[in-house]
Ligand binder design. Structure first.
Ligand code: FAD
Length: 453
């Protein structure tokens, strides 16, 4: 299905309309999309009060080209919708982030990962071209070779501060209707990391990831596309997917369920037992997804804050540890050992993803072609008595940077600006900002990360 003339016309009209609204503002602005955000600042220190312009209408799948294996989508199209559309053609984006409401634009500028990263790198490694709305209202098309190749290379990790992705052409790969997931348990960290690496070199594996509970409870997980599986597993039942992995050893899933396997329980954040059992039994599918749960937990956190304020109660002893760090593979052992030694996740796992980036983006300077070990943590932990707030994040950030690694910036980071510029190529970023947003109508990445807007 090539891009239909009508769809192209409608897309162009949406672009013109957006440009008019940007031109009418004459000052700094920010765009909002109407879908749930996956930024996760631990606390908000500053609110961006610039006027908001809606790009909620940029949520369409424009075209799927089966001869080229590409899909053209608007920046606000969610991966839930993209995967559903491409799977009808037995195709999937090279990397499909695991939460359904993450959008193509957000994942390109915010670094997207999944269990196929050992093959295809990051989300942005599958980007062919993008239409970008610049701060002055111009829309340009950038590719890796055209006159705007510096912007193309600068988009990953720019978080919308160089411009907004309105349309993206993404690489697709062949998919099958089901995925068979096999799990092996290891009791030795050294052998575990070796086994994961070996799995990345085995061409028969379509997906590779891991879950780590402790130095002697480590799971290496492989996924293979299949035409049929029996029985077909359920990720919306009473037992969350990550618990099924621990208990069963092999699961067959519909491919769409495999891709979004962590969505119904927002990884492992929806508790089990009590009223949550009732929720799991009775809640319709429409609310069994991460965005609903994220809204619910924000609302609950607000109530707890209000209660603490009114009754002068002690602040919560729990703090979020929601982060992804990547270290070069030969430093993985040291990093995981450090994390397990310093931090107790109270029975929740760490997530591991091997990643072999294809490029070295300007603002995310990983080594192209080298294997990285991604350690992710998506839960709340008990604050350590007598330590600074968010001490665990600071500790792991420092360790990661010390090992030559990088971290994703979607939640909080506590390094100073000088260190930040050093890690994320601040000089080259300044040059890009000067060229594509000379009047500073959009904030800088550092402002966004530190402000936690
Ligand atoms: C709990 C949690 C789990 C996560 N899990 C995964 C995961 O499994 N896989 C994965 O790949 N990533 C994951 N992420 C990271 C996520 O992909 C990034 O945060 C990504 O930027 C989110 O994109 P979004 O579409 O939700 O955009 P938002 O969260 O709304 O925005 C993120 C940033 O991108 C900017 N932005 C949004 N859309 C555009 C656009 N069209 N053009 C330019 N800038 C734009 C926004 O201004 C903002 O700065 C996770 C994050 C969290 C908090």
């Amino acid at each position: 299905m090539a891009i239909a003339a009508g769809d192209e016309g409608r897309y162009k009209r949406r672009v013109l309309d957006l440009q008019k609204r940007v031109a009418a503002i004459h000052r700094d602005f920010r765009l909002y999309r109407g879908t749930s955000s996956h930024l996760f600042p631990y606390e908000t220190r500053y609110r961006n009060r610039s006027p908001r312009i809606s790009m909620a209408e940029f949520n369409h799948i424009l075209a799927i080209d089966e001869s080229q294996n590409t899909v053209e989508v608007e920046g606000g199209a969610t991966y839930g919708n993209i995967a559903r559309a491409t799977l009808r053609h037995d195709l999937l984006p090279t990397i499909t982030p695991e939460l359904k409401d993450i959008t193509a634009g957000g994942a390109i500028v915010g670094i997207g990962i999944e269990s196929s990263c050992f093959r295809y790198g990051f989300v942005h490694d599958g980007l062919h071209e993008a239409d970008v709305l610049l701060a002055d209202g111009d829309v340009i098309t950038c590719t890796s070779t055209n006159e705007f190749k510096d912007l193309f290379k600068g988009l990953p990790n720019s978080y919308g501060t160089l411009g907004y992705v309105l349309r993206a052409k993404l690489q697709l790969v062949t998919a099958r209707p089901y995925v068979r997931v096999t799990v092996r348990r290891f009791t030795n960290l050294h052998s575990y990391i070796d086994a994961l690496r070996y799995d990345t070199e085995d061409p028969s594996n379509d997906f590779v990831e891991g879950l780590v509970y402790d130095t002697d409870e480590l799971y290496a997980i492989r996924g293979h596309f299949e035409d049929a599986v029996h029985p077909v597993g359920n990720i919306h039942g009473l037992t969350p997917y990550y618990k099924q992995l621990r208990d069963i050893g092999e699961i067959g899933l519909r491919t769409e369920d495999y891709v979004f396997r962590y969505d119904p329980d927002w990884f492992w954040n929806v508790p089990t037992g009590g009223m949550y059992t009732v929720f799991r039994l009775l809640a319709p599918r429409s609310v069994r997804h991460s965005s609903f749960y994220k809204r619910y937990s924000r609302w609950k956190a607000g109530l707890i804050r209000a209660r603490n304020f009114l009754w002068q109660s002690e602040p919560s002893v729990y703090e979020p540890l929601i982060q992804d760090w990547q270290v070069p593979w030969d430093r993985a052992l040291e990093f995981v050992e450090f994390a397990l030694n310093k931090i107790d996740l109270r029975g929740k796992p760490w997530a591991c993803v091997p990643i072999r980036p294809r490029q070295s983006p300007t603002l995310y300077p990983v080594a192209a072609g080298s294997l990285y070990f991604n350690l992710g943590c998506y839960c709340w932990m008990r604050s350590q008595a007598g330590t600074e707030r968010f001490d665990a994040t600071r500790l792991l950030d420092n360790k990661c940077f010390g090992l030559g690694g990088l971290k994703m910036l979607y939640s909080s980071t506590f390094i100073d600006e000088c260190e930040f510029q050093k890690r994320f190529n601040g000089d080259l970023y300044r040059a890009l900002k000067q060229k594509y947003d000379p009047n500073g109508r959009l904030p800088t990445v550092y402002q966004k990360v530190m402000a936690g807007e």
